[in-house]
Write a protein that binds this ligand. Sequence first.
Ligand code: PAF
Length: 286
Amino acid sequence: MAESPLTIVRTVAEMRRHVADWHRAGQRVALVPTMGALHEGHLSLVRAGQARAQRVIATIFVNPTQFGPSEDFTAYPRGEGADAAKLAQVGADLLFAPGVAEMYPKGFATTIHVAGLTDGLCAPFRPGHFDGVATVVSKLLSQAQADIALFGEKDYQQLQVIKRMARDLDLPVEIVGVPTVRDADGVALSSRNAYLSAEERRIVPALPRLLREIAARLARNEAAPRDEVARGRAVLLNAGFTSVDYVDVTDAESLKPLDRIEGPARVLAAAWLGKTRLIDNMPVGV
Ligand code: PAF
């Protein structure tokens, strides 16, 4: 298949020139922010962007401010050449791959904090993470001035934080959540799956299996959320997970834990296999 030309730019000014040209030509522009190590999940975001806009910009920036001091910032998989080839093949129009100095120039002093949505789930286990995400995403949105921006539902809490931030700051961009892409055994695609040993990878399907089962039991009113949360922890540990940060059932938008299912809800979990932290989530009753 012939690859489309992919332009790579490293400065905000260059990216904005392209976007201004496209907007002048009456074209809609979609933005797909990533940290690289692209897999089919990221490419599905590009395709979803292409279905809604004439032009798609992907960004690759491994954002240091969303990693804690003991997290995997240095080890995070990087490979711009392979990523650019995948983006070209899927027909993205532009790759914005800035350096740290372009994103956080000397004297940078602003942090975006989205209250409430960042109290529970992953937040207590990753202090400062969502502030780093909200800050870099608000910058990318304002830098690109795209009409829509797409994010995976795999990072469900992140998606809700970004939606709230864009609403609260009146950012003129539509935030679109795109369903998680899964392997044949149900495992959500993630750049961090690359860290797993063959033995660990064999254990992972227990996570989506559990979430699907909890979602189905709750939708059929067969169980109470709090009982399923306690049972879910035990199921994951029995399956071979090293430890469980949380299993929770929350309101789909506010992410407040639920005692009863009365509207759109989500079941979410984060658990460790050795040194790898895995997260996943499913809708209840859809
Ligand atoms: O989901 C990610 O890859 C990152 O958190 C994001 C949204 C690109 C911000 O750095």
